[in-house]
Design a protein around this ligand. Structure first.
Ligand SMILES: [Zn+2]
Length: 400
């Protein structure tokens, strides 16, 4: 039976997306819409399409036809479904501040909201499923994100740097991260505005003159205000910009984000691999629903020292694995030169996307030709080779 298939992903036109990167990658003619994400997964909202016998089948339905064999013994037993969602993101405007629940908390929250009768599609629904959502992101170019609370000394320096932030110092020194964050998130609007307004008034002209560097939180605070210039109600996500680490990830580097670590993508393109879930609790920089008490339950209130992963080159000299603690997924880069080929024998399901070059994938009597932006699916038990007449660079998603 055939074990490799061409795969077509699903484009998501969220408002924060860029207009060029994804159409260029996929070789399609862009229209005026933003192209935010390209999904290669079996998520019920936007499954990828499997190319089979001249037609297309949604990946979730395709896997269901022989789940056990297609996923492989271990993945089937551990998850009973495709455990990961593989994406390409083009972040033009910053995303909301967010945190993802742990598996246990997601199960509890999902059950509770079901019991309360809150529809799955309701704007005030926090838990869309019962799964956790650890994620690993790999930069496709210069990428900027917010990731976890600053170490204590740096946070004190940030608060000291702004006159209206200084009133927050005793709260932080006495009650730590939670007391500080809870205080600002629960502040009445007028009081919050009186803290933020002097800062915003000072940084906007500097930002507009291009005088602020991207490593400075003022840059992102000004950008956030331009995106949402509501003077009567400044977005409280601004506080997070000043309280969190601003991380610059270079092309080919990765960052892992586990449950509880608050984060936000600010700018750039990345590959994202995550557990198959849509559970997001938001803390600002968004017009979407913000449930402060629920958010506070899940945020890890401790300092984070951002860890940049560079991956481990495997013995074949071709595959670079980005190992993370998540049991749901594993991300690799596969870099094949002219004289080389990459051989693989799968124990689980795998999804590949070709980012650069051209590739030929051969499995017994089946072969696929891939050009830039094209993807394929390999089922458990597949034995195949990827070769190229020039060069080929792919990303691969599978389970560890
Ligand atoms: Zn996230």
């Amino acid at each position: 039976m055939k074990k490799i298939y061409g795969l077509k992903g699903c484009i998501q036109h969220y408002a924060w997306g860029g207009q060029k990167y994804i159409p260029e990658l996929l070789g399609i003619e862009p229209d005026q819409k933003p192209y935010a994400e390209y999904w290669l997964g079996a998520h019920i909202n936007a499954p990828a399409l499997v190319e089979n016998e001249g037609g297309y089948l949604p990946l979730d339905a395709f896997l269901e036809t022989n789940l056990h064999a297609f996923l492989g013994e271990q993945t089937f037993k551990a998850f009973g479904r495709l455990p990961f969602l593989f994406k390409v993101l083009d972040v033009h405007d910053m995303l909301s501040i967010q945190v993802h629940p742990s598996k246990k908390e997601a199960e509890k929250g999902f059950r509770l909201e079901n019991k309360q009768g809150i529809p799955l599609t309701a704007a005030n629904r926090n838990y869309k499923d019962d799964n956790h959502k650890p994620e690993i992101m790999l930069a496709l170019g210069d990428f900027w994100l917010l990731h976890g609370f600053l170490p204590k000394a740096e946070l004190i320096e940030r608060l000291n740097n702004k006159e209206t932030f200084r009133q927050l110092l005793p709260i932080f020194k006495k009650g730590g991260y939670k007391a500080l964050y809870q205080h600002v998130m629960e502040l009445p609007v007028e009081e919050s505005n009186s803290i933020l307004k002097p800062i915003i008034d000072r940084i906007m002209p500097l930002y507009q003159k291009g005088k602020i560097d991207k490593s400075n939180p003022d840059y992102w605070a000004a950008k956030a205000i331009l995106l949402n210039p509501d003077k009567d109600n400044y977005d409280k996500g601004i506080y997070s910009i000043y309280f969190f680490n601003i991380v610059n990830v270079k092309k080919g580097q990765a960052v892992f984000q586990d449950a509880g670590v608050p984060h936000s993508y600010l700018e750039g393109q990345n590959i994202e691999l995550m557990a198959n879930s849509d559970n997001v609790l938001r803390g600002g920089l968004t017009p979407k629903y913000v449930d402060v008490p629920e958010l506070l339950k899940h945020v890890l209130f401790e300092e984070t020292k951002p860890e940049i992963l560079t991956g481990e080159l495997q013995a074949d000299g071709i595959e670079r694995k980005y190992v993370s603690p998540a049991p749901d997924f594993e991300l690799s880069g596969v870099n094949i030169g002219n004289e080389d080929s990459y051989s693989c024998k799968t124990m689980s399901v795998e999804i590949y996307i070709l980012m650069e070059g051209k590739a030929e994938v051969t499995e017994k009597n089946t072969s696929l030709t891939l050009k830039k932006g094209e993807s394929f699916l390999a089922l458990s038990g597949a034995e195949f080779q990827i070769s190229t007449s020039s060069k080929a660079f792919l990303y691969k998603a599978t389970t560890p």
